[in-house]
Write a protein that binds this ligand. Structure first.
Ligand code: 3H9
Length: 705
């Protein structure tokens, strides 16, 4: 059977309709640009055609170049006529009819058309910077000519998706048309143009630019410096827009192309492309069919109005859900509701949330007195105290009152899901849905599989996470599940390094230079050191071999709980969050180390980085060995969205591959000899090193229990 055509051409009422049909997102894969060129040639050659419409089949206009083709070397024969140029030069006007997404090369295609219309739900953008490149098909030259360099610079350096109505205000879209019959509206629009004499073929390459001042570009460079640290793509974007203001169109395009070619094969671009595809992969659970029927989740409830429960309720409200929330006492519930309100008010004060939108969201959060008030909910997320008797009481009660088929999820970060599942007569309906603090901000949503969790209960949890703007990933039900377990050795190694003579400020600097937005010790001060202290105490009681962290304990026992007490690993001035290195902390470290007889060393930055991250790489391999993670790339996604790992380094395992699996293994094996058992290399790591297979491509060694 012949392959279906990627691009179709037909005529309707004197208008040529060019339809791109390359599911799922109409990427500009090989064959699509050529198809557009052929269709344009047909339309221009056909005397009955006066204007043309370019439209996408399925759910989108065109989502951009086919990212999978990047890094595969040059195409066998680069096209002699690029569809952007052929569009631009078409003698007959072409109207881009946009629904879904017009992104990257897709928006560049639309910009090369002479008119653009869109439905209100459509989004346009040049998100190339997010995959480590810059627009490479004239976007940096056409967009500033269309909407001015300032607005173009903002769109191109942020990569954000701009909704149709805003795009119309900016001048990208000529007309927003009602949803429903985009093709009909585009034909009508094209007819209106075709009736004019001479034919108005508007090419924005001809526009002149004026307002691009050196201050604008310097100001943008300064403004992005923090988030663009260690990256080149955002600066290449600025350079290309700057060129649009100073060079003729074709010269600007040549510079843009040169920068694009330099950037597309860079380590930064490779890592960001990897992250993009890893984020799509993490959504797939190989042992659950993709067409599994999901359970309803329209009517959620949260149990526990503490910091986590409140943040979870906000996550629902932020994405349009009406959510019920309850707590054991009226006081706790009232306190929780006040905290939610205060959190929203902070966002309003910061300017990130409009006051009326805040009221809308707040009104979706419904406090209720007791568990009986949530019995008809489709889904419950339990976020009560992390104590087994508390969980027992709640799950037994839920079992007794909830309607059949209701989803019983727990936000626990440390309690065995099976324990809770087995407190009910419906263990198949129970699973973990682990949020990361602050729950309304952090994107990671760890779905924890209990031994008896039903496939549709897991699939629904994964989908629910996505519905509230999270990145869902599946974890096995081991101690610490997946994300926290893989990070625990990183935290432990920080404390050991400090005992051995590294200072908090040195460790934080290494990690910030590496790309973290903030160092791990400054983060601990921000969240409060008492949380870790309590966890350590619990673990020490639970596990007799648990390695104590005497310096961290001593800091807390001195009343230094972090920012909230004005001192932790650092000291703080009143009303100021800047961490200042504290000689008192140095004294505690030196004194405690001397008492314990731990020799002190100087550490190079590289040694610190490797000690911290390799410890976690080894643990991640053990997790894969046990089948508690499906794929190494899932672990990477969890580090990106749960722990602020720098995205342009791909993720923990991807980064380790940039060092080399053999080197990572040899280093860990060496430390095993030197420091003992905690560095015992995982078998999986050894096997990967022996075969030279990349860490980031590793899969679970056995099925998830
Ligand atoms: C570019 O255009 C460069 C030009 O300037 C210059 C060229 C010379 N390519 O995300 P989803 C796949 S750079 C290949 O789950 P959604 C995706 O992997 C490009 N594949 O759907 C997934 O596959 P699978 C600039 C792509 O509805 C499936 O489509 N454009 C591409 O949640 C569904 O994706 C971008 O950066 C692609 N471009 O979100 C846009 N896009 O089912 C990148 C998607 O096998 N794309 N796939 O896992 C997106 O941001 C989102 O996919 C989008 C839809 C918002 C469009």
């Amino acid at each position: 059977m012949a392959e279906p055509a990627l691009v179709r051409f037909e005529t309707e009422n004197g208008i040529g309709i060019i339809t791109v049909d390359n599911p799922p997102v109409n990427a500009l894969s090989p064959g699509v640009p050529q198809g557009i060129v052929e269709a344009l040639d047909k339309g221009n050659a056909d005397p009955s055609v006066t204007a043309m419409v370019l439209i996408g089949a399925g759910r989108s206009f065109i989502a951009g170049a086919d990212i999978r083709q990047f890094g595969r070397g040059p195409a066998a024969a680069p096209p002699t006529r690029r569809h952007y140029d052929v569009l631009d030069q078409s003698a007959k006007p072409v109207v881009a009819a946009i629904h879904g997404y017009a992104l990257g090369g897709g928006l560049e295609t639309a910009l090369a058309c002479h008119y653009r219309i869109a439905v209100p739900s459509a989004k346009v953008g040049l998100p190339e910077v997010l995959i480590g490149i810059l627009p490479g098909a004239g976007g940096t030259q056409r967009l500033p000519r269309l909407i001015g360099p300032k607005a173009a610079l903002e769109m191109i350096t942020s990569g954000r998706h701009v909704p149709a109505e805003e795009a119309q205000k900016l001048g990208i879209i000529d007309e927003v048309v009602p949803e429903g019959d985009l093709k009909g509206a585009a034909i009508a629009f094209a007819r209106k143009i075709a009736d004019q004499k001479p034919l108005p073929v508007i090419r924005n390459r001809d526009e002149k630019l004026s307002e691009g001042t050196p201050e604008l570009f310097e100001g943008t460079r300064k403004a992005i410096a923090r988030r663009a640290r260690n990256q080149r793509a955002p600066y290449a974007c600025i350079e290309a827009v700057e060129a649009a203001c100073r060079l003729p169109f074709d010269d600007g395009c040549a510079l843009e192309r040169k920068l694009f070619d330099e950037q597309v094969g860079s380590d930064e671009a490779k890592a960001l492309r990897y992250a993009f595809f890893a984020e799509r992969e993490v959504a797939k659970i190989p042992f659950i069919p993709a067409d599994t029927k999901l359970r309803p989740t329209d009517n959620p409830a949260v149990i526990g109005a503490g910091t986590m429960g409140g943040g979870i309720a906000m996550s629902f409200a932020d994405y349009g859900f009406d959510v019920k929330i309850t707590d054991a006492t009226k006081e706790a519930l009232d306190r929780g509701i006040s905290r939610i309100r205060a959190n929203y008010e902070t966002s309003v004060k910061r300017g990130s949330l409009a006051p009326d939108e805040m009221e809308r969201r707040f009104a979706r959060i419904h406090p209720v007195d007791s568990l009986d008030d949530i019995k008809d909910c489709d889904v419950v997320i339990e976020a009560a105290f992390e104590q087994i008797p508390v969980k027992e009481e709640i799950f037994k009660k839920l079992d007794a009152i909830m309607k059949p088929g209701a989803l019983l999820y727990s936000n626990t970060s440390g309690i065995d899901i099976d324990l809770m599942a087995n407190m009910t007569k419906r263990p198949q309906d129970v699973a973990g849905t682990h949020f990361f603090a602050p729950a309304n901000v952090m994107k990671l949503f760890e779905v924890v599989k209990g031994t008896k969790s039903a496939p549709d209960v897991l699939a629904t949890a994964m989908a629910l996470g996505r519905k509230i703007g999270k990145v869902s990933g599946l974890a096995g039900n081991g101690d610490g599940f997946l994300a926290n377990r893989s990070r625990a050795p990183f935290g432990m190694e920080i404390n050991i390094l400090i005992e051995e003579g590294a200072l908090p400020e040195q460790i934080d600097k290494v990690m910030v230079d590496f790309g973290y937005p903030i160092g791990p010790l400054a983060v601990s001060d921000l969240s409060g050191l008492d949380i870790g202290y309590d966890t350590r105490k619990r673990r020490a009681e639970q596990y007799p071999n648990y390695r104590k962290q005497p310096i961290a304990d001593r800091i807390v026992e001195m009343g230094r709980l972090g920012q909230k007490t004005g001192a932790g690993w650092y000291r703080y001035e009143p009303g100021d969050r800047t961490p200042h290195p504290d000689p008192e902390v140095t004294r505690i470290i030196r004194e405690t180390a001397a008492e314990l007889g731990i020799p002190q060393h100087e550490f190079s930055d590289d040694e610190i980085l490797r000690r911290l991250l390799f410890a976690s790489v080894n643990e991640a391999c053990k997790i894969l060995e046990e089948g508690a993670a499906l794929r190494a790339s899932d672990i990477d996604v969890m580090w990106l969205h749960g722990f602020g790992f720098p995205r342009y380094r791909g993720g923990l395992m991807y980064w380790a591959d940039t060092i080399g699996v053999r080197e990572v293994y040899n280093q860990i094996a060496g430390w095993h000899q030197r420091y003992g058992e905690r560095w015992r290399p995982s078998d999986l790591l050894r096997r990967l090193a022996e075969s030279g297979s990349p860490l980031h491509e590793a899969k679970a060694a056995r099925p998830m229990p």
